[in-house]
Design a protein around this ligand. Structure first.
Ligand code: SF4
Length: 412
């Protein structure tokens, strides 16, 4: 049986930086965008060669950013075609693109559908125009509704809408107004996160009128209540779907510790318990891949022909040794303890919890032999419960998930 792989493609460009944003994103001109997509194509071709004997099949592709819809749709279609050409992509793979209402015009959405993208994630954040302005977003609610309507017209039948709570100047009523109007559209998926003011963002140095903690908690609880009443089930702390078939397969791979390959600037990967991330500096990233092309000379050489330079022979044959590409950093082979910790604190984000059987299969240890004490403690507090073959956080446990999860860190 083939192993499963998910591919994340980072598109780091945005028209303008939002005031709360700490993602790797920036504005750039057409020359930079062009050279970035050239480099990205080469990175994908190199990885495909590394993976070709590994029997992986791609179950999801996710174009994230930045704002993938900021660039010409032809770039996105080209990258997707390359991935389909170079990897074994499952016929029914989930292929998502993130879109910003300010740049996702009807023609673009149509082009995505034609290219084979079958899931759209729209960053609405709020349907209150004042709140959107304060966030530094380029769109308003009218543009959002237009994008949603165009997406349906273009044939998207699997749409996620991102919304945010705890925004500056946001009242409970205003937030609930956004939640209700979003549910009326019946998107298949809703992600509801609360704003975290990160260091290094303009928001961090501003005197913001943020909702107090009590209001913040109420927003969180009401989200769950309203979305449940409207038929959405919560399958992860902040994610809701209209049915199991609409749960985001790509994100579940992260929470269930599946193999994922991140391509593009700053993208993170984890394959067979080796973790790494790509360079975050676009000049270095493009430069490193440009050099590879110069020494290899052709795509045949990229695929590892005998005429390669020594450098490229190493690149092509050192399968799953990403450091050989020269674009990867922070490479780490995860210890058994790290793998078990991640299995617990990522898996417990899912409302179904972690599989006790899977833990045994992966680590050849009983879950209670490793975590007996902490499991007992939280079961007694009614924060954790065993449900069939799964161990999961209770409703109350999900409310204080960070505290519970932190207890699953093992001492080395
Ligand atoms: S659109 Fe998204 S990635 Fe771009 S600046 Fe705004 S929050 Fe950041």
């Amino acid at each position: 049986m083939k192993k499963q792989l998910s591919i994340y493609v980072h598109i780091p460009f945005c028209a303008r930086k939002c005031l709360y944003c700490d993602f790797l994103s920036f504005n750039a001109g057409i020359d930079v965008i062009e050279s970035y997509f050239n480099a990205l194509g080469k990175e994908i071709a190199l990885w495909a060669d590394k993976f070709k004997d590994k029997e992986y099949e791609v179950i999801s592709v996710f174009f994230g950013g930045g704002t993938p819809s900021f660039v010409d749709a032809g770039y996105i279609a080209g990258i997707l075609e390359l991935i389909k050409d170079k990897f074994i992509v499952m016929e029914d793979a989930e292929i998502t693109i993130e879109a910003n209402p300010a740049s996702a015009m009807y023609e673009k959405l149509l082009a995505y559908r034609k290219a084979g993208i079958n899931r759209l994630s729209i960053g609405a954040q709020s349907l209150n125009d004042e709140e959107l302005k304060r966030l530094g977003r380029l769109h308003d609610s009218r543009m959002f509704f237009e994008t949603f309507e165009n997406a349906r017209k273009a044939g998207f039948d699997n749409i996620n809408i991102d919304i945010m709570s705890a925004l500056p100047g946001q009242s409970l009523d205003s937030y609930l107004g956004t939640v209700k109007r979003v549910t009326e559209l019946r998107p298949e998926h809703i992600s509801a996160y609360s704003l975290i003011v990160e260091e290094g963002t303009p928001f961090f140095d501003m005197d913001l009128d943020l909702p107090d903690e009590e209001t913040d908690r109420e927003m969180y609880h009401k989200t769950l209540q309203i979305l449940s009443e409207c038929g959405y089930h919560r399958y992860e702390i902040s994610n809701y779907a209209l049915g199991k078939e609409y749960e985001c397969r790509h994100n579940k791979i992260y929470w269930q510790r599946g193999n994922y390959l991140g391509v593009g600037l700053g993208a993170a990967s984890m394959v067979e318990n080796r973790r790494w991330s790509n360079l975050r500096d676009i000049e270095r990233y493009v430069g490193a891949l440009y050099d590879i092309q110069l020494s290899a000379g052709s795509e045949g050489a990229l695929a590892g022909s005998e005429g390669d330079s020594g450098k490229n022979r190493k690149i092509c044959r050192d399968i799953l040794a990403p450091d050989a590409l020269g674009i990867c950093e922070n490479i780490e082979d995860l210890s058994l303890n790290s793998q078990m910790e991640e299995f617990m604190f990522l898996g417990l984000r899912l409302t179904e919890g972690v599989s006790i059987k899977r833990f045994k299969e992966l680590f050849s240890l009983e879950i209670r032999d490793v975590y007996g004490q902490v499991i007992d403690k939280y079961e007694k507090m009614a924060l954790l419960e065993e449900d069939g073959n799964y161990l999961k956080l209770t409703e109350k446990g999900l409310d204080v998930s960070n505290t519970v999860m932190a207890d699953f860190i093992l001492e080395d």
